[in-house]
Design a protein around this ligand. Structure first.
Ligand code: FPP
Length: 260
């Protein structure tokens, strides 16, 4: 899934080349943005939420079908309690303030990550966002919250093992698709492009399985400064990449042709 950009992924007026169907973003650098200005880290995260709003708007305008944002990783719990509280507060405020607007814009919200360990009010809001927007057909906004790729894989393996123990699944029948179908992202195509801000060049436990054939774009700017122009520059970089999915150049061309 998600290996090629389909007709729905064609760019809108004025821009060149196809847009990726699914873009994942590692929103990094809020703290450094704040530190560079002598501001508290919370201010960096606040401005990060504004950058997220701009990015969602741009993704809709650019006809991106799926946007996954890494909002809180399973490792983020190791930050000072006050910062964890701030991030929880910002998520709640984001959903309370922006959900109606997202819904009006036909955005479907999907949350991936573990609900265990989250406070009931957060779990309730995540559920409300998914329920309200489940029937929408525009951009799918995937919020990775309390998410870790290894944890997601472990949980998928546990559920597969349970099905084997119950006699519902033959171990010989476990395929790549079986695993993909047990991940939080089961109905979501793999990301074509993963963007990380702030200059770090690593995945940090984000969509580990799903990114097997993703293209990566690393941008030097910090997340609070991210905007439509930054997204467009990442998309422009993406269009120059030749995606082979492990095959030869000719096969890759054929794959794209078949999809169109
Ligand atoms: C990285 O900055 C960003 C995060 C830890 C999470 C991203 C959070 C937001 C964009 C704001 C919250 C939004 C929602 C919807 C919850 P960093 O703190 O790691 O920056 P640093 O590496 O410069 O310290």
């Amino acid at each position: 899934m998600g290996h090629v950009t389909d007709r729905d992924g064609e760019r809108q007026a004025g821009a060149a080349g196809p847009v990726p169907a699914h873009v994942g973003i590692i929103m990094d650098g809020n703290g450094r943005w704040a530190a560079a200005r002598g501001l508290p880290r919370l201010e960096g995260h606040r401005r990060g939420v504004e950058a997220l709003r701009r990015t969602i708007r741009a993704a809709i305008e650019l006809n991106i079908r799926f946007l996954t944002v890494y909002s809180f990783s399973t490792e983020n719990w190791s930050r000072p309690a006050a910062e964890v509280d701030d991030l929880m507060f910002l998520l709640k405020r984001f959903i309370r303030n922006d959900l109606a607007d997202l819904h009006r814009n036909d955005v479907r919200v999907k949350v991936i990550g573990m609900r265990d360990g989250l406070k009931p009010d957060i779990v309730g809001l995540l559920h409300e966002a998914e329920e309200l927007t489940a029937g929408n057909r525009g951009l799918t906004l995937v919020v990775a919250f309390n998410y870790g790729g290894r944890q997601e894989l472990a949980s998928a393996v546990r559920r597969i093992a349970e099905r084997v123990r119950a006699g519902l699944l033959d171990p010989e029948a476990v395929t790549v698709e079986t695993i993909a179908d047990h991940l939080d992202t089961a109905a979501i195509p793999d990301p074509d492009l993963i963007v990380r801000t702030s200059g770090e060049q690593r995945l940090s436990n984000f969509l580990m399985w799903q990114s097997a054939y993703s293209e990566f774009v690393f941008l030097p700017g910090h997340w609070p400064d991210f905007d439509r122009a930054a997204l467009e520059s990442a998309l422009a970089d993406f269009t120059t990449r030749e995606r082979r999915f492990g095959g030869s150049q000719a096969e890759a061309a054929l794959q794209v042709k078949t999809a169109l």
